[in-house]
Design a protein around this ligand. Structure first.
Ligand code: AHR
Length: 593
């Protein structure tokens, strides 16, 4: 059996082909990529219409401390603050107060500095001790770091900034705020950030490196269903996530069932795209949620809101919203050139009318922005104008996605291009080699059809192991560790594809129905590379002789390498303790002539 690459024929793959779908799902952002360690930092959380200060909890008991959430904040958009009334004169050793465990425990590492910012007011000149503590198996708490507000005048609302240097490591630490003096004190907007976030921009470093390793060319954000909400009142509203973090109200993501303080807001997503050297793709709400929708005759305020978001990203310092971006620390515009109008909304009654209102307004002011429709144009022509249509492909078996590799071979090339913004095998496992093989085969089809499919992204990207709402995902993490599922490692095989040249491949084998392959060449540091990717979806080994013609003279075949993604059992899954169980990445020299 043989595989033949004709390098004398080629077509350039779009620069944008492979990128990242990021959704605030599974605590991907809050308690994940966004490094904020405090959860519900402004005491504003409202879960299922019920206000709560959780996960803040009391230190002491109700005879020594009375906690109430009241509307005494200095911030008008998030007016709730926590009122602590200390009732004891002889308070217990260590004082009384509150603690926040963050998102299932904070990762505090010895020798690292953590920046605490909070707002406090006490007419009784109280002082607070701020500590990071770790529970020992005995139940006793070990102090990792502490600081005091002793010399800070808190008679009016005051911004308190303290640095905590950790003297020990704990993966499940908590932040404590305690006092031993009788009196009243209000607290609001308590933030604890590690000082070593990626480029100082607030992103957890280890998770950012995993994204960078994929060399993503675009970042689609902030969802997914998260954009829509179960109800419009809980949808992502970019203006509420922008500006000083202390003034953001936060919101309840009712589709994935958790509160987010919106520290990772619209600006931070644009910044993340820039830091990843990826183009931002902003998905905004089209006036449609899962259960309610705005009629097209009433959509103009939503259109204005979307236009403001574009001005925020691209406007100059003199513009109303551009000036807000500049004030946030980004004088240069962000290169926002792609927007998606809604998410999976095509079937909703008002979508087309709403879509057209957004489309016309954007086209008029920003003719260069590529507009992405939710309506599938693969089976019939769209009845609205668009530059792209979105296509989502989740299959319940690996075999179905393997077969789908050919699905776009014969699709009409007229009309808008395709953005496969979500694809994955969802076969009930948490990410197996079998799923990743089907996905890799599917992506070879994407490469081949990339005259038409211009962008593709696996979904979802992240899952916090404590909130596995959607599975599988590409990257699994907890407070301090992370690993890639085979679907993540599969994507690394495609990281040089965007912008490369693709060449025709012919497989001659009686197993060719179970094989998928593609071949690309690209240049890096004035060197040229050829990569042939082959998926064997069958259960037996296949011997293939690989031949290539048309390569440049002077090719150094001795430096060829074979990289194999394989495993003992194709349904094995990776884990923190065994991050390579579901695959083994074998590299060996290739016998080449
Ligand atoms: O990726 C998870 C979900 O799948 C997204 O929120 C939604 O767009 C799709 O249905």
């Amino acid at each position: 059996a043989s595989l033949f690459v004709d390098s004398s024929k080629s077509r350039q793959i779009p620069q944008t082909l492979f990128g990242i779908f990021f959704e605030e799902i599974n605590h991907a952002g809050a308690g994940g990529l966004w490094a904020e360690l405090v959860s519900n930092r402004g005491f504003e959380a409202v879960i299922n219409n019920t206000p709560t200060i959780e996960p803040w909890s009391i230190i002491g008991d109700e005879s020594s401390l009375h906690l109430t959430a009241d509307r005494a904040s200095c911030f008008t958009k998030n007016i709730v603050a926590l009122r602590m009334e200390v009732l004891c004169d002889n308070c217990p050793p260590g004082g009384v107060g509150i603690y926040n465990p963050g998102f299932w425990g904070m990762n505090i590492e010895e020798g690292k500095t953590y920046n605490l910012v909070m707002y406090a007011r006490s007419p009784d000149s109280m002082e607070l001790i701020v500590s990071l503590t770790c529970s020992r198996p005995s139940g006793a708490l070990k102090n990792l770091a502490s600081a005091s507000t002793r010399h800070i005048n808190l008679s009016n609302w005051t911004k308190v900034e303290l640095q905590l240097l950790a003297q020990g490591t704990c993966r499940t630490a908590r932040l404590e705020l305690t006092t031993s003096k009788r009196g009243v004190l209000w607290l609001d907007q308590v933030s604890l950030m590690p000082s070593d976030t990626y480029k100082g921009h607030g992103f957890r470093k280890d998770l950012t490196y995993m994204l960078l390793d994929l060399k993503p060319r675009f970042l689609r954000f902030p969802g997914g269903c998260f954009v829509e909400g179960n109800w419009l009142s809980n949808a992502f509203r970019w203006k509420e996530t922008t500006g000083p973090w202390e003034e953001r109200p936060g919101h309840y993501g009712d589709v994935w069932n958790y509160w987010t303080d919106d520290g990772l807001g619209y600006y931070e997503f644009l910044q993340l795209a820039e830091d990843l050297d990826a183009l931002p793709i902003w998905v905004f709400n089209a006036g449609i949620s899962h259960n309610d929708a705005v009629n097209s005759s009433m959509i103009l305020p939503f259109v204005k809101d979307a236009m403001d978001s574009l001005e925020f990203a691209r406007g100059n310092a003199e513009s109303t919203w551009g000036s807000v971006r500049v004030a946030m620390g980004h004088p240069d515009p962000f290169p926002l050139k792609y927007v998606a109008i809604g998410n999976e909304n095509c079937g909703y009654g008002s979508y087309r009318g709403n879509y057209m209102a957004f489309y016309s307004a954007i086209r008029k002011v920003y003719p260069d922005i590529q507009i992405i429709s939710n309506c599938d144009g693969s089976s019939k022509a769209l009845d609205t104008p668009a530059d792209f249509y979105e296509y989502h492909n989740y299959t319940d078996t690996a075999a179905k996605l393997f077969i789908a590799k050919n699905q776009f071979d014969k699709t009409s090339r007229s009309g808008p291009k395709v953005f496969i913004s979500e694809y994955a095998v969802r076969d009930g496992h948490n990410g197996s080699l079998l799923a990743s093989l089907a996905e890799a085969a599917f992506l070879t089809g994407v490469e081949k059809n990339s005259d038409y499919i211009q962008m593709a992204s696996y979904a979802p990207m992240f899952v916090n192991e404590k909130d596995r709402t959607w599975s599988p995902d590409a990257i699994v993490f907890n407070s301090w560790q992370q690993y890639g599922t085979p679907s993540y490692w599969m994507q690394t095989f495609f990281r040089e594809s965007s912008g490369a040249l693709i060449h025709p491949v012919t497989i001659t084998s009686r197993y060719s129905d179970l094989l998928a392959a593609s071949a690309i060449t690209w240049q890096d540091n004035e060197k040229s590379f050829l990569r042939v990717k082959i998926v064997n979806f069958g259960s037996g080994a296949v011997n293939l002789t690989i031949r290539a013609t048309g390569l440049q003279v002077g090719v150094n075949t001795k430096r060829s390498r074979v990289t194999i993604l394989t495993s003992g059992n194709v349904l094995d899954e990776n884990s923190f303790s065994n991050p390579e169980k579901g695959y083994r990445m074998q590299q060996k020299p290739c016998i080449a002539s």
